[in-house]
Design a protein around this ligand. Structure first.
Ligand code: HEM
Length: 163
């Protein structure tokens, strides 16, 4: 076994913990803790926390993709996956990898809409207006959907390893 392999798995798992754990922390601890504050202060704090988490989570996503590909290589799965033979993609590992990649793609698409389109749009709208409230609610739902997809992704990741 390559001595690098345990490090790529460790960094991969830590990045997954940061990204998924951060989403749950914001929803279960951060948002409720700010709820009782003055609306202006709450908006400022949430914007500041949200922007910092956004930057850090895109770094985590980048690390997950790079270490994920390295993990495939160290497991001996990268070659068969790239050769694209049906015996690999229709086997247990290939099927789980398909699910995993589909979930990663969906989560990254949702995070992009959240962070680069609706999030900035909400910031430009008048606070408390009807449209801003609608966009804000959509943002909250996109965050919830992505957190749930994240749980499913971790399940699929464990099935990929254990068959
Ligand atoms: C292109 C993207 C990705 C690829 C190619 C990939 C690939 C892999 C591979 C091959 C392993 C097995 C590591 C080993 O040899 O033990 C693994 C483990 C894991 N991955 Fe990913 N991964 C990707 C993205 C993600 C994402 C986005 C998450 C979650 C947010 C994630 C969560 C995990 C977890 C929790 C494990 C540990 C599973 C266990 O040991 O039971 N991965 N990944």
């Amino acid at each position: 076994m390559s001595p690098v392999y345990p490090f790529t798995v460790t960094i991969h798992v830590l990045s997954a913990m940061f990204w998924i754990g951060g989403m749950f922390f914001l929803a279960i601890v951060g948002a409720p803790a700010l709820r009782g504050l003055d609306p202006d202060l709450r908006r400022r704090l949430f914007k500041e926390i949200g922007e910092r988490f956004r930057t850090a989570s895109w770094v985590a996503i980048g690390i997950l993709v790079v270490t994920g590909v390295l993990n495939l290589h160290f497991r001996g799965l990268l070659g068969p996956a790239l050769r694209g033979g049906s015996d690999f993609w229709l086997g247990a590992a290939g099927r789980m990898l398909t699910w995993k990649l589909a979930l990663v793609f969906t989560m990254v698409a949702i995070a992009s809409v959240h962070d680069f389109w609706l999030g900035p749009r909400s910031g430009r709208l008048t606070p408390g207006s009807e449209e801003q409230e609608r966009v804000r609610r959509t943002l909250v739902w996109l965050g919830r959907v992505n957190a749930l997809l994240g749980v499913l992704l971790v399940y699929v990741a464990t099935r990929l390893v254990r068959g």
